[in-house]
Design a protein around this ligand. Sequence first.
Ligand code: HEM
Length: 482
Amino acid sequence: MYAASVSAPSREVDDLPSPRGLPFIGNLHQLPPATHHLTLERWAAELGTPYMFRFGTTPVTVWNDIELSHAVMRERPHRYRRYAPIENILKEFGCNGLFSIEGAAWEPQRRLVMQALSIPHIKAFYPTLAAITERLRRRWEAAAHAGRVVDMIEDLKRFTVDVTSALAFGEDPNTLENERVLLQEQLGMLLPMLMTRVNAPFAYWHYVKFPRDRKFDEAMIAVHRHIRELMARARARMRDETSAHAPRNLLEAMLALRDASDSVITDDDVAANVLTMLVAGEETTATSIAWALLFLGTDDALQARVAACARRVLGDSAVCPGYGAMRELDLCEAVCTEASRLHPVAPYLSFEPLEEVRLQGVRLPAGTKMFMLNRPAMMDPHNYADPGRYDPDRWLHDHRHESTAPESASPRGAHEPRAYLQFGAGPRVCPGRHLAAVEMRLVVSMLTANFTAQLATNPAAIREVCAFTAVPSEMPMRLALR
Ligand code: HEM
């Protein structure tokens, strides 16, 4: 277990410092949904960590310690679980897949997803990835010709949904070339509603549905209809095959498992995982790339440097010509990694112990809510030299694995990769991180090699909006052909 707990004096959760709240609602009134992550970070700076606040009458402990975060994440699924309300709400959405499932059911599903998102699988899938990137280029070319401002978040989400569907389900919905995409809009409602309901003081939607809840219910019915049709088409393809072969994608692997005679999983489990993959792979990756555009679109010198790197690797091609060539595109990934250090897609991760634990001298009964903040450690000069500075070079090869001390011999100073927890850690670390890195390299190299991009709004107007993940309020850009 986490060692820092051993010698400290014992405290109870109620003994922790806490912002003053109100009876019944606790601190809810101080936590506007869209910016509550910023308030949690401010309280950490004011009160120190760990501290405690209340969602209604439920106490939530807040932590800021890299080693503790690693220890908690490592000890899953046996000693800690994800914040239980996430699973309860996702069950209601028909989305209790790999992200939220707990206990013995988690491991077999994890194995399937890991295989589907493995490097060899992504490598074999590269031609499709390049073709989808080329579609995005054509979309941006048309916008550049028309002088149209591009909503980059919207386009990047189309890109990531097409990629995830083609890779994991063997079907490419081509949302990039369909002007009005309902699926996109419907999926986009899931994470904000998850956050609203996870943080609600009680399950109001069991008693009364507001227009927003009704619209969401309709969207989920349509999404599930789409998923069942996808599953039926995959089954038909598998039946029609003349010779038996290994499953070609995650959906086929899940359906083969489901249809085996001793199966313990149901069609609902398969559908929940399809939805999980769509949601987990869409906004996270799109957002990480979008934040990088904020810096690229406001710094001509940086953009020219990334463009030169991209042009060198792409040669005459509009899109990176092969999986191997992507190795030379470290800078394209680094601009995204560095952007998400300053604007983390996951500002905090939330867990609960499954048994009583003692951490930093605090006794936490089983089920105590724990929020682990990610950003404060990434903005700590002991972990990253000059932390307020956007410096993608700190992630380039020579600077990795350097001493954590600020006075380190490295000319760039401290660089502690363990403080970067954007993909989580331990056995449940994000299985999509390689795919996400490939998407970042492909999109950033294609964009900078073919276009110049200028942010089409005042950068100060762009805010972080927390809707489970923290997304930019907007990222409009004007593109011109190079
Ligand atoms: C930049 C993009 C991404 C970010 C920042 C991100 C972030 C995360 C984080 C923080 C977790 C929780 C990890 C933990 O608990 O230790 C996670 C889990 C997960 N992610 Fe990602 N993710 C990204 C892309 C993707 C992609 C592209 C996919 C799939 C297409 C994906 C699928 C999943 C799944 C299925 C889980 C649950 C794993 C489990 O609980 O075993 N993610 N992701």
